[in-house]
Design a protein around this ligand. Structure first.
Ligand code: HEC
Length: 96
């Protein structure tokens, strides 16, 4: 029984782990962004390094889009994600 409980706890830990990554999937960011793999947009790692201590810029970029900061491709505004922009920005800035 102890082993079963331990396995169950481990299972929940694994299921709970990707929760912060899911926020990017839910909001359609992962087509262009990844934590560490360069896609159309910059990696979260790049953004976190460039915008350290500047959450306002990250929130604004999610709501209004951005261009010219990382390359030639612009970031389209994400109106559907606007309500979650603060949480998304926190998750991005937590990427090391
Ligand atoms: C169609 C592709 C695309 C989608 C979808 C997309 N992005 Fe982007 N994103 C980009 C590109 C391209 C850039 C680089 C813009 C630039 O050079 O300024 C970018 C830049 C950013 C930046 C950096 C802004 C800055 O000035 O430092 C953040 C933060 C960001 N995206 C968050 C998100 C989030 C959160 C989502 C989902 C809600 C999302 N993006 C969806 C393409 C996309």
């Amino acid at each position: 029984m102890k082993l079963f409980t331990a396995l169950l706890a481990a299972g929940f830990a694994v299921m709970a782990a990707p929760a912060s990554a899911d926020i990017f999937a839910e909001n359609g960011c992962i087509g262009c962004h990844d934590a560490a793999k360069k896609k159309m947009g910059p990696t979260w790692k790049e953004v976190a390094a460039k915008r350290a201590g500047d959450k306002a810029t990250v929130v604004a970029a999610i709501k209004n889009g951005a261009k010219g900061n990382y390359g030639k491709i612009p970031m389209p505004p994400q109106p559907k994600a606007a309500a979650q922009a603060e949480a998304l920005a926190d998750a991005i800035m937590a990427v090391k």
